[in-house]
Design a protein around this ligand. Structure first.
Ligand code: CA2
Length: 148
């Protein structure tokens, strides 16, 4: 059974508690359940994580990279939060592991927001980028991994 890593960056633990107009009313626990159901539909195991610390995200990408090397990774769904727009370390981690099935995900349509959200350090290393579907985007990204 292949594994999907769903990784969430800073402040996404606040989902469902603030800014519902931007991020919706679902909590991160709801998102984990949606991901679990999407993975179950496709016969994938799920590793679901959130951290406010850049290095923790790097460590999980390395962990996923080990599965990739063993042929046991379906892919990574990465919502790096604000680190999307700042983190060369995450770009280097993705490139360094050779993971070629990483989906960059954003709940909101970042291109309809402030211009500083229009640049992503992650996109050059991503297989696909998905944004603006709300939290349903997580399930869509997992469905997408099942098709590639
Ligand atoms: O749209 C997305 O998913 C983002 O990755 C979310 C990040 C933002 O910095 C990116 O530009 C776009 C922010 C995550 C903060 O999440 C919150 C959730 C609820 C309440 C407050 C913050």
């Amino acid at each position: 059974m292949k594994t999907v890593y769903v990784l969430n960056g800073p402040n996404l633990n606040l989902l469902g508690t603030r800014e519902p107009a931007v991020y919706g009313a679902h909590t991160l626990a709801d998102v984990e359940q949606m991901c679990f159901e999407a993975c179950a539909r496709h016969g994938f195991a799920l590793q679901f994580h959130q951290s406010n610390h850049e290095g923790a995200l790097v460590d999980w990408i390395h962990e996923a990279g080990q599965l990739h090397a063993q042929g046991e990774l379906a892919g990574v769904v990465l919502n790096a939060g604000a680190y999307t727009h700042t983190s060369v370390a995450l770009l280097d981690a993705i490139k360094g592991t050779g993971i070629n099935t990483l989906i960059e995900l954003h709940i909101s349509n970042v291109f309809a927001r402030e211009s500083f959200r229009h640049h992503s350090w992650i996109s050059p290393a991503a297989r696909a980028v998905l944004c603006g579907f709300g939290v349903q985007g997580y399930a869509l990204a997992i469905d997408g991994l099942a098709r590639i």
